[in-house]
Every structure is written in structure tokens, then in C-alpha cells.
Design a binder for this molecule. Sequence first.
Ligand SMILES: [Zn+2]
Length: 93
Amino acid sequence: MSEIYLQIANIQFIANFFDVFILFIIISSLYVLKSLFDLIDFKINKYHYDKIIRREKAVRVKQKRKNELVECLKCKYTCRPEWKKCPICDTKL
Ligand SMILES: [Zn+2]
């Protein structure tokens, strides 16, 4: 059986293949547990998370609307939506 020697400071571990396998199982099961807890946490606090997601979506929509340009009906000049009048021909947007 192949053995792995690990030395940390004065402490030496001798681990064979089986120990490494067990360590792997323990670590991966911890990850599985963590994801399960995250899922439970999400289910419990779904309302809270939904609120955050909704707020982020609203911000994104607002930013998108801000970046959209409006075309002037009269001279076809592209204006920003926050402008009330076209800077070229003074028509209301
Ligand atoms: Zn115009």
C-alpha cells in the first residue's frame, strides 16, 4: 500500500490511500452539508432574498432606461430622456 508522508512543523502524518479517501469523503460531505444549509437558509429567508433580487432588478431597469436615447420627432436628433426639450429645435420631448 502506498503511503503519503505529510510533515507540518514537528508533526508528521503518515497517511495511506484509505486515509486520503476518508479525508476526501469528509471534506466533500462538508461541502454537501453547506449547500444543504444554504438551500434551507434560502427557503426560510426567501422573502428577504426576493426583496433584494427585486430591488436589483429595479435598479437595472432604471439604469437601462437612463441609457436609452430618445429621438426628437422634428429633427431626429438623439436626445437623453432627462432632457425636457430638444437642444437643436426646442421641441418638447
Ligand atoms: Zn429636435
